[in-house]
Design a protein around this ligand. Structure first.
Ligand code: GTP
Ligand code: MG
Length: 332
């Protein structure tokens, strides 16, 4: 796509192009995702010039109709929302909670205690996004940022089989990036633009989005530093999802907070930073063998709860289990 080349922008010559490419900014979309502050930092150009270049990039994409104008009518917004795709979670109950599925152009945050099913939810979404639109997917690939070394291809294989897809093809469409520290985790996302376009990525997973930031910035003295860096990562994730019309899932652990006496004594670790940027927040809780999912602070979903389970086929509806049991009882 020649019209998206960096050097097609006025004022961007070969030297600047090289500096930008070296920093992982390969196209005009990337300029927008990174923003002027970043662009000036990585290229060494002054802030004003960077702002001009990013503004030009924005205008070009607006003319192409790829992004919305700075001021839009509600009708136009409504139309853009029609482009939003939804990925089925693979269950009726969670789809209902999410009003149809995991949305593109948005960040869905899943937080909950260990073993509550966050990683299994992500694995299931990696398979579901690959289904056709008619079957609840978007026919696209996945970028999986694995920060805890918990991505398991074997789980993808068993979920793909359960969903009637060819496991080999499904594995081929998942790009896994293992992040070793929080700076690396951010770098992966900064450089993802090209990969997203080339591989028709429709889902970005950050599992966990918060863990590395938490372990690297221990103690109160570094808390605001940590929040600032985490904030940057999460904003980048949202902007990437909006620019490329992808869905983004970020997982987040909870910690016990002894100062809470009423309600659930757990809070998401990312604290408010993640809370204010994610478009949807779902809270997962263990309840015996079952899991409870609650929609928290959604702009247009009522706050409600559903019950799901985790099986070999990924996150599942509780009825499926009951049906299976009944079937095996009937056979006895
Ligand atoms: P942390 O990352 O530790 O915070 O936890 P998490 O919320 O990511 O938990 P995860 O999604 O890894 O869930 C783990 C749980 O899923 C296990 O304790 C099992 O109960 C369940 N699980 C995982 N794989 C399978 C499977 O193949 N079959 C069944 N029946 N359950 C599974
Ligand atoms: Mg996990």
């Amino acid at each position: 796509m020649d019209e998206f080349r960096l050097d097609s922008l006025e004022g961007v010559g070969p030297v600047t192009t090289k500096k930008l490419t070296d920093a992982g900014i390969h196209g005009i979309m990337d300029l927008l995702v990174r923003g002027p502050v970043d662009v000036s930092e990585v290229t060494g150009m002054d802030r004003e010039t960077a702002e001009k270049i990013v503004t030009k990039a924005r205008h070009l994409l607006m003319e192409q109709g790829l992004i919305t104008k700075d001021f839009v009518t509600a009708t136009e917004l409504y139309k853009r929302r029609q482009d939003i795709g939804k990925i089925s979670t693979g269950t009726n109950c969670l789809d209902q909670l999410l009003d149809g599925g995991i949305e593109t152009q948005a960040l869905t945050e899943v937080y909950g205690e260990f073993g509550s099913g966050k990683t299994q939810f992500c694995h299931t979404a990696c398979v579901m996004v690959q289904k056709s639109k008619e079957e609840g997917g978007l026919g696209g690939g996945v970028l999986y940022i694995d920060t805890e070394n918990t991505f398991r291809p074997e789980r993808v294989v068993s979920i793909a089989k359960a969903k009637g897809l060819d496991p080999e093809k499904v594995l081929d469409n998942i790009l896994v990036a293992r992040a070793y520290n929080s700076a690396h985790q951010t770098l992966i996302l900064e450089e993802a633009g090209k990969i997203i376009e080339e591989h028709n990525i429709k889902l970005i997973v950050a599992d966990s989005a918060v863990g590395l930031f938490r372990s690297e910035y221990l103690g109160r003295g570094t808390l605001s530093d940590r929040q600032q860096r985490l904030n940057r990562f999460v904003h980048l994730l949202v902007r990437t999802a909006e620019t490329y019309n992808c869905a983004a899932i970020a997982t987040n652990q909870v910690m016990a907070s002894p100062d809470v006496f009423f309600g659930d004594p757990t809070k998401p670790i990312g604290g408010n930073v993640v809370a204010h940027t994610s478009t949807y927040r779902i809270y997962f809780k263990k309840s015996g063998k079952k899991r409870i999912a609650r929609m928290v602070d959604s702009p247009h979903h009522p706050e409600e709860e559903v019950i799901f389970t985790v099986t070999e086929g990924g996150v599942s509806d509780p009825e499926d289990e009951t049906k299976k049991k009944k079937k095996s009882e009937d056979m006895e």
